[in-house]
Ligand binder design. Structure first.
Ligand code: ADP
Length: 472
C-alpha cells in the first residue's frame, strides 16, 4: 500500500460505491453487487501485489545505491585522512626548512602583527609569533634606525610593491649587510600583509671587498712592472729635453760672455729652455701618475685623449723596436665613465703586447689603435702584424699565461677584469695576420664603483706625441 491504509481504504470505499452505483444504474437492481464487489477485490489485490513487488524492487535499488554511497564516503574519508596526514607532514617539513634556514623569514599583517617567524628572525629581532611588530619591539641587536627602515619596507609592500634592497646595519661586531626581499600578501584585490626574507650577506661583502683589494694590489703591481719596463726608454727620453736645456743655456752663457747679444735676442732662447723644461716635467708627471695608487674613482673619459696619452708613453718603446705606432681616432666619440688610469693601463698593456709582437716581424712593423663607436658603446681595437696568438684566445687571458722570457702573464687577465668592472668586454679577434685585441665600454656608463685602485686626473690630450694620429 504505497499511499498508506487510509488512502487505500478510501480508494476501496470509492470503488465499492462505484460498483454499487453501476449495478443500480446499469443493471437496474442490486443483485449483481456481490459478484462485482468480489471482482473489484480481486483486481485490487492483484494491483496491490504488482505495486508491492515494484516497491520492493525500488527499495532494493535504493539500498544498493545507499551502500555504494556509504562505500564512497568511507573511501573519501580515508583519502581525506591520508591527505591531511601528508599535508601535516609537508607542513612540518616546510616549517623545519623555514625554521632551520640561515635567512631571517617573517610575515606580518597590516597591523604589524607577526604571523610567521623563524628562529633566525626571532633571535635577530627578539620578536615572537603573534607579537606586534612595532617601534617598541625589543629588537635584540637592531637599532631604532633599522626599525624605521623595516617599517618603511613593510609599508612599501603593503602598498603592493615587491621590494628588493640591500641594507647596511651598524652592529657591535662591525657593519652587517643584509639582502632583504619583501612581497605583498594578497586576499583577492586587497593586500593583507607582507612576507620578508632577509639574508645576511656580510661575509660575501667582506669577500668582495677583499677580492677588490687583491685585484687593486695586483693591478698596481702589474702597472709598476710595466712602468719598470718602460722606465729605461723614458729615462732616455728625458735626456733629450735635459740635453737641449743644457745646450741652449751654454749657448746663451757664451753669447752673454762675448757680449754679442741683446736681451731681446736672448728671449727666444730662454723660452726654448722653459719649453724643454716643461717637456721634461711632463714626462716625469706622466710616469708618476701611472705609478700612483689612489682610491678608484669615476669621471667622464675622453677615450681618444687617453689613447694619445698611452701612445705618448710608449713612443720610445716603439722607436727602440722600430715599430710604427699609429692612432686612427673616431671624430666624435661619446664620453664613457671610468677610471682614467685603469683604462690607460689597459691601452698600454695592449699596445705594449702589440709592439713586442710586431718587433719579431720580418716585414713592416706596425701597431694601430683604432677608436670607433658601435651601438651605444665606444670600441678600442689594437692590431699588430706580429706572429699572431700562440694559442686559443681563452689561453692568453688566463692569469700567469706567458710565452715571454720575462713575462708575468697578468697583463691581459688584469685588463679583462678592469674592462668588465667598467661594464665592458675585452676579447681577442680572429685575424689573418698578427693579432687584434678589442674592448668596448658602454657610453656614459653609470654602474657601480670601479674595482681597482689607482687613479689620476685625466691626462691631457695635446698632440705632441711622435705617434701618427689620424682622425677617422
Ligand atoms: P705578458 O705580456 O706578461 O706575457 P699578457 O697577459 O699581456 O702577459 O700576455 C699573455 C700572453 O698572450 C703573451 O705572453 C703572449 O703569448 C700572448 N699575447 C698577448 N698579446 C699578444 C699579441 N698582440 N700577439 C701575439 N701574442 C700575444
Amino acid at each position: 500500500m504505497p499511499w498508506g491504509m487510509a488512502a487505500q481504504s478510501a480508494a476501496a470505499g470509492l470503488c465499492g460505491a462505484a460498483i454499487v452505483a453501476n449495478a443500480a444504474l446499469v443493471d437496474g437492481g442490486l443483485a449483481a453487487v456481490p459478484l462485482q464487489s468480489a471482482g473489484a477485490v480481486v483486481v485490487a489485490l492483484v494491483a496491490s501485489l504488482v505495486l508491492s513487488a515494484e516497491l520492493r524492487r525500488q527499495g532494493r535499488v535504493l539500498e544498493a545505491e545507499n551502500q555504494r554511497r556509504r562505500g564512497a564516503e568511507a573511501r573519501l574519508a580515508q583519502l581525506n585522512a591520508a591527505l591531511e596526514e601528508r599535508v601535516a607532514a609537508r607542513t612540518a617539513e616546510l616549517e623545519s626548512v623555514i625554521e632551520n634556514t640561515t635567512d631571517a623569514i617573517w610575515s606580518v599583517d597590516r597591523a604589524g602583527r607577526v604571523n610567521v617567524i623563524n628562529r633566525i628572525a626571532r633571535n635577530r629581532l627578539g620578536i615572537h609569533l603573534g607579537a606586534a611588530f612595532t617601534p617598541d619591539s625589543p629588537f635584540r641587536d637592531e637599532s631604532a634606525r633599522v626599525w624605521k627602515v623595516v617599517r618603511g619596507l613593510h609599508d612599501r609592500a603593503f602598498a603592493g610593491e615587491a621590494v628588493q634592497v640591500e641594507l647596511a646595519v651598524e652592529a657591535p661586531d662591525g657593519v652587517r649587510h643584509a639582502q632583504v626581499a619583501l612581497h605583498p600578501v594578497r586576499a583577492g584585490d586587497r593586500v593583507v600583509g607582507a612576507t620578508v626574507f632577509s639574508r645576511d650577506i656580510s661575509q660575501r661583502k667582506r669577500d668582495e671587498q677583499l677580492h677588490r683589494q687583491h685585484q687593486t694590489e695586483l693591478a698596481h703591481v702589474q702597472r709598476l712592472g710595466t712602468m719598470g719596463e718602460m722606465a729605461a726608454g723614458l729615462a732616455h727620453e728625458i735626456n733629450q729635453p735635459l740635453g737641449a736645456i743644457a745646450n741652449f743655456a751654454q749657448g746663451a752663457v757664451r753669447r752673454l760672455q762675448a757680449e754679442t747679444v741683446t736681451p731681446a735676442a736672448l728671449l727666444p732662447v730662454i723660452e726654448q729652455i722653459a719649453a724643454e723644461a716643461l717637456r721634461g716635467g711632463e714626462i716625469i708627471r706622466r710616469l708618476r701618475e701611472q705609478m700612483r695608487k689612489d682610491e678608484p674613482h669615476q669621471e667622464a673619459l675622453d677615450i681618444n685623449a687617453l689613447a694619445q696619452a698611452s701612445a705618448r708613453l710608449l713612443e720610445s718603446e716603439a722607436r727602440q723596436h722600430s715599430v710604427a705606432l699609429d692612432l686612427e681616432l673616431a671624430g666624435a666619440l661619446p664620453a664613457v665613465a671610468g677610471d682614467p688610469t685603469q683604462i690607460e693601463q689597459v691601452m698600454i698593456n695592449l699596445l705594449l703586447n702589440g709592439i713586442e709582437a710586431s718587433a719579431g716581424s720580418a716585414g713592416a712593423r706596425r701597431v694601430v689603435l683604432r677608436t670607433t663607436t658601435e651601438s651605444g658603446a665606444v670600441a678600442v681595437a689594437v692590431s699588430d702584424n706580429g706572429a699572431g696568438l700562440p694559442g686559443p684566445p681563452a689561453d692568453v687571458f688566463a692569469p700567469f699565461f706567458t710565452t715571454k722570457r720575462h713575462g708575468l702573464g697578468m697583463g691581459l687577465s688584469i685588463s679583462r677584469s678592469i674592462i668588465e668592472a667598467h661594464g665592458g668586454r675585452l676579447e681577442a679577434l680572429p685575424a689573418d695576420a698578427g693579432a687584434t685585441f678589442r674592448f668596448t665600454l658602454p657610453a656614459a656608463w653609470r654602474g657601480g664603483h670601479g674595482v681597482f685602485g689607482g687613479s689620476a686626473e685625466s691626462l691631457g690630450g695635446d698632440s705632441a706625441c711622435g705617434a701618427g694620429v689620424r682622425r677617422a
